[in-house]
Design a protein around this ligand. Structure first.
Ligand SMILES: Cc1cc2nc3c(=O)[nH]c(=O)nc-3n(C[C@H](O)[C@H](O)[C@H](O)COP(=O)(O)OP(=O)(O)OC[C@H]3O[C@@H](n4cnc5c(N)ncnc54)[C@H](O)[C@@H]3O)c2cc1C
Length: 437
């Protein structure tokens, strides 16, 4: 079971673990293994890379400290979103990334399709629903941003729909918004089922996946990297860290390149047919444009799943319920009293500009990190791109992001206060702009 007993005595048990098919059988690494590409981390990023490498006939081994999907990949909300945040349109990407901006923009636009195609092609039993993704505007200014974004996507040949305030209320049954952008390319999955499915296909295609095998140390001998675990090692000329927010001491320069943020999730009781008729018509997943985003979806067993950030650690699981359940009731006034039947948390790797990073940590040693809260489609897609690079089929300069050394962050030790300060500021601004929590 995907659950952990927390400091405040509660079990954080994910809904996804209660619904997902079991993970494929794997064991810990007890020997020395030689492969072309070693990967650390069995989330979407590591396993999508492994799957695509194996498909290309490149030998690979994935080391996972815990179990498949133990990190954010097994704990997220399962939104498959073919977009970065509304402020990161094509112009912003060009400004921040130069020539890479256009490539990333095109890749982001296709990223949800890549997830749904993988799920269909490999018959992944992951409750995939390509029912659209909706961004709802919490202010008129945010609605103007969504109009600009819709125009940019239309220019790129993608059709998205704009809803006015009345249309948003009618379609979603949700209160308090100025309009919305509906992107039919997006949708939702059971993320734990998807990551387990990626592992199953990667294994079927010849990749090796070792669980309960934390990478403890990395060393370079001659032209090869050796990744040591407690009872084994993987030796490879090329190495990828896909450890996201959980890499810790393995690569300190990587750990200080991101700000880890703990996010909480709650799932309600299953809703009845009459209640379902009144909300989220067509079952899209929905996120608003607030700084501290309100996001909500229906699970495959018709529960509402939502979440966000909570101050502090002590009793945070309990407080998550007491914040997020009333917020759902406020947004969906037609619903009967809601209770929380599952509460859990996960770690998001955030970057200051909300963009992912590809880092070089040594010769043929790379890390892919920082997909923020938009990693389901992005990591799966970047995994495919990285596989074509690590297999030698594509040049580094042709990747969708520059490959750079990690940026040094001054005073990173103060970073632990960052998320709380950000949350305070965001909640304040959101409340001032809308009069609602
Ligand atoms: C609560 C929450 C909700 C989110 N909602 C969404 C959403 O709806 N849509 C969306 O697009 N994105 C969402 N995200 C973000 C998304 O989940 C992540 O961007 C994505 O899962 C990152 O995948 P990954 O493979 O890079 O990392 P992870 O899934 O975190 O995998 C990293 C793995 O590395 C392993 N590891 C770490 N160190 C070692 C080591 N030394 N040795 C071996 N293994 C190691 C970890 O155990 C872990 O399994 C959400 C995130 C959270 C936490």
């Amino acid at each position: 079971m995907h659950s952990v007993r927390t400091a405040d005595g509660h079990t954080d048990r994910t809904l996804w673990a209660a619904l997902a098919p079991p993970a494929p059988p794997t064991s810990s690494l007890e020997q020395s293994v030689d492969v072309d590409v070693a990967i650390v981390g069995a989330g979407f990023m590591g396993l999508s890379t492994a799957l695509h490498l194996a498909e290309a006939g490149v030998s690979t081994a994935v080391l996972e400290a815990e179990r498949i999907g133990f990190g954010a990949s097994g704990r997220n909300t399962g939104f498959v979103v073919p977009s970065l945040r509304a402020s990161l349109g094509i112009e912003a990407l060009r400004e921040k990334l130069g020539v890479y901006g256009d490539r990333l923009w095109a890749l982001v636009g296709s990223s949800a399709g890549i997830v749904f195609d993988l799920a269909a092609r490999h018959r992944l039993d992951c409750a995939a629903e390509r029912t659209g993704w909706v961004s709802v505007a919490h202010t008129e200014a945010a609605m103007a941003d969504l109009r600009t974004l819709a125009g940019a996507w239309a220019d790129a040949g993608r059709s998205v729909e704009l809803l006015d305030a009345a249309g948003t209320k009618e379609r979603l049954g949700i209160r308090g918004y100025h309009g919305a952008l509906l992107d039919p390319a997006g949708g939702q999955i059971n993320p734990l089922a998807f990551v387990r499915g990626l592992a199953r296909v990667a294994l079927d295609k010849g990749a090796r996946v070792f669980t309960q095998s934390p990478a403890r140390r990395i060393e370079r001998t001659g032209e090869r990297w050796t990744v040591h675990t407690d009872r084994g090692r993987v030796v490879a000329p090329r190495l990828l860290l896909a450890t996201n927010a959980m890499g810790g001491s393995l690569a300190p320069r990587l750990a200080t390149s991101i700000v880890p943020v703990v996010a909480y999730q709650v799932a309600t009781q299953p809703l009845g047919a009459t209640d379902l008729d009144a909300i989220l018509k067509g079952r899209p997943c929905v996120a608003d444009t607030r700084r501290h985003t309100f996001a909500v979806r229906l699970s495959e067993d018709n529960r509402l799943v939502t979440g966000g950030l909570v101050f502090g650690n002590a009793s945070a699981i309990r407080r998550a319920r007491s914040i997020f359940i009333p917020r759902l009731a406020q947004r969906f006034p037609s619903l009967p009293p809601l209770t929380s039947e599952f509460t859990w948390r996960g770690m998001i790797a955030t970057t200051p500009d909300f963009l992912p990073r590809l880092y070089t940590l040594g010769p043929d040693f790379f890390a892919a990190i920082g997909c923020n809260g938009r990693g389901v489609a992005m990591t799966t897609t970047l995994g495919r791109e990285l596989a074509s690079f690590l297999s030698g089929a594509r040049a580094e300069a042709d990747l969708p992001l520059p490959v750079q050394p990690p940026e040094p962050r001054t005073a990173h030790s103060l970073v632990r206060f960052g998320p709380a300060m950000w949350l305070l500021w965001s909640n304040l601004c959101d409340r001032l702009e809308t009069g609602m929590a």
